[in-house]
Ligand binder design. Structure first.
Ligand code: AP5
Ligand code: MG
Length: 215
């Protein structure tokens, strides 16, 4: 199964990607996680990406596309993958089409998680993430273990630097301007399935399951 996840910042892409990755035993590829791990280890890519991420802007395509291309060409992606946070511009979507064509592969479904902006702002304020494995939590809706411990790997969870309210507002603006046009892009090729991500996490997960054909 080859899945692309679309959705605004905080719509629940990372949360649902973990489930989809488990169901199909396919790798979860999050460009945001790749950038954050580069920032943590202070690589050149990390330093450049941080300048944009901290402002709520997209990292330029020339820094992003090659990373995804290299990752998709690794052997664990042969049977499928889930792309979370890529593509984010029409140019990236066109480049992805080219990468997949060379691999002789096709996207099966583009899952668009739809959430209103007002809900996103509440969610981001309560989000905590694991700096080690990337797992997302929410202090009320999906809390980590007592003492802010990640259920998956035992690390202490933290708040993401780009989850400050003013950065979240800029990320939403960036999303509406640069990423939302992808809804039409994938609708046209009949790959798009939209799921409402307004309710709680479990309900969203069952909608995702249904949208993917019951698994
Ligand atoms: P990235 O890490 O991809 O951030 P994002 O798209 O802004 O999305 P988030 O990770 O913030 O949210 P999510 O949809 O994964 O939601 P989550 O599951 O955590 O990218 C970060 C930055 O990197 C970008 O701003 C950009 O600068 C750069 N970048 C990345 N990819 C790029 C690209 N391709 N090109 C250029 N630049 C790129 O859930 C959010 C919260 O809500 C959590 O607390 C969760 O517990 C909770 N929650 C989830 N679902 C529900 C629900 N149904 N009900 C209640 N709460 C819920
Ligand atoms: Mg995410």
């Amino acid at each position: 199964m080859k899945v692309v996840l679309l959705g605004a910042p905080g719509s629940g892409k990372g949360t649902q990607a973990v489930n989809i990755s488990d169901w199909y035993e396919i790798p979860h590829i999050s460009t945001g996680d790749i950038f954050r791990s580069n920032i943590k280890s202070s690589t050149e890519l990390g330093k450049k990406a941080k300048e944009y991420i901290d402002k709520g802007l997209l990292v330029p395509d020339e820094l992003t596309i090659d990373i995804v291309s290299n990752r998709l060409n690794q052997s664990d992606c042969k049977e499928g993958f889930i792309l979370d946070g890529f593509p984010r511009t029409v140019n990236q979507a066109e480049k992805l089409d080219g990468i997949l064509k060379e691999m002789g592969a096709n996207i099966d479904v583009v899952l668009n998680i739809e959430v209103e902006d007002s809900q996103i702002i509440t969610r981001m304020a309560g989000r905590r993430v694991c700096p080690k494995c990337g797992m997302s939590y929410h202090i009320d809706y999906n809390p980590p273990l007592e003492g802010d411990i990640c259920k998956n790997c035992g690390e202490t969870v933290v708040q993401r630097e780009d989850d400050k309210e003013e950065t979240v507002l800029q990320r939403l603006t960036t999303y509406h301007k640069q990423t939302e046009p992808l809804i039409e892009y994938y609708e046209k090729v009949k790959k798009l399935v939209t799921v409402k991500g307004q309710d709680n996490i479990e309900e969203t997960t069952s909608c995702v399951k249904k949208a993917l054909g019951g698994i």
